[in-house]
Design a protein around this ligand. Structure first.
Ligand SMILES: Nc1ncnc2c1ncn2[C@@H]1O[C@H](COP(=O)(O)OP(=O)(O)OP(=O)(O)O)[C@@H](O)[C@H]1O
Ligand SMILES: [Mg+2]
Length: 292
């Protein structure tokens, strides 16, 4: 597998990938289908300054998955592959089996009772992590599109590429990985404002995780399921002594989230354009227009 990925990297132009199929553009990584690795998904992470930074990221993902599993979250098998490249900084691939029954499909096909069950199950996982007192603090992005529901009572998490891990209140995930994709001036601004860590803090608040999960219904084109989703989330919230969610909050939160992500994408495109003009190497696979 390493050899196949090494060969892929040697030929890949991230600014214009054509030897691979992009299964999905994540906000952070690109999920690729790679010839020779059928039945698997290869998520490509770039933006590391050097080997040490990439190795630290690999360790963080590995530890994160272990803590999640120890605390009742099923996580899809995730192989972490660090590739050193000649005369370029390394990249990391997270390789997973290609699974089905993704939550975003369920969102369109499930009955109201099934949808309610899925929401409760996922929020139970969020709660279990939240209740832990041991260090480190961990959280998850619980959006339904991040889970496979082949077993509806025990879904499997796919999205572990941005580990939500805090030690003594500070994120372990190195924000510079994300910031490396934006132009230097904007990078300094984001760094000063703490934009990325603020963004990641929300995932440690179960109620906001629920709001975000509902907001994702909008992105997935499942607005008709929102009323049922809100009822399900509110049942769960009231059982956990948390304030209920109103539709307007979901809309507002989603709008703001979408604007933040769109801006982040635009500044990355700007950086890509600048690098093209300067004929510099470009190392990120960016989506085209994203429907939000
Ligand atoms: N193992 C897998 N099997 C099948 N599909 C997958 C798998 N992993 C990811 N996907 C698809 O790719 C999408 C993006 O993957 P993932 O959520 O891990 O990336 P991300 O960069 O964290 O994305 P985002 O920030 O948008 O949540 C998933 O929502 C899912 O549709
Ligand atoms: Mg995701």
């Amino acid at each position: 597998m390493r050899q196949i990925l090494e060969r892929l990297e040697a030929d890949l132009d991230p600014a214009d990938p054509h030897d691979v199929t992009v299964l999905a553009y994540g906000e952070i990584s690109a999920a690729l289908l790679v010839p020779g690795l059928e039945g698997r998904v290869c998520k490509r992470m770039s933006g590391f300054a050097d080997h040490a930074m990439a190795a630290q990221y690999c360790e963080l993902v590995t530890d994160y998955v272990a803590v999640l599993r120890d605390n009742g979250v099923r996580v899809v098998d995730t192989e972490v592959v660090l590739l050193d490249r000649p005369s370029r900084p390394p990249v990391v691939y997270l390789v997973q089996p290609l699974v089905g029954d993704l939550g975003n499909q369920i969102l369109h096909t499930a009955s109201d009772a099934e949808l309610t069950g899925s929401i409760h199950t996922v929020l139970d996982r969020v709660w279990e992590l939240h209740q832990r007192t041991a260090s480190p603090e961990v959280a998850i992005d619980a959006q339904l599109s991040n889970w496979s529901f082949t077993d509806p009572d025990d879904p499997v998490l796919l999205d572990v590429g941005t580990p939500f891990v805090r030690v003594a209140g500070r994120h372990v995930f190195d924000q510079e990985i994300l910031l490396s994709a934006v132009p230097p001036g904007i990078r300094a601004y984001y760094r000063r404002k703490g934009t990325a860590s603020e963004y990641m803090d929300d995932y440690f608040e179960p109620r906001l995780v629920a709001v975000d999960m509902l907001g994702n219904f909008i992105k997935e084109g499942a607005v008709p399921r929102l009323p049922e989703g809100i009822v399900a989330a509110n049942d769960w919230l009231s059982a956990h002594d948390l304030a209920p969610i109103e539709r307007a909050q979901v809309d507002d939160y989603y709008k703001e989230d979408a604007a933040t992500l769109e801006l982040f994408l635009r500044v990355r495109r700007l950086d890509r354009a600048a690098k093209r003009i300067l004929r510099r190497d470009y190392d990120f696979i960016l989506p085209g227009r994203v429907k939000r």
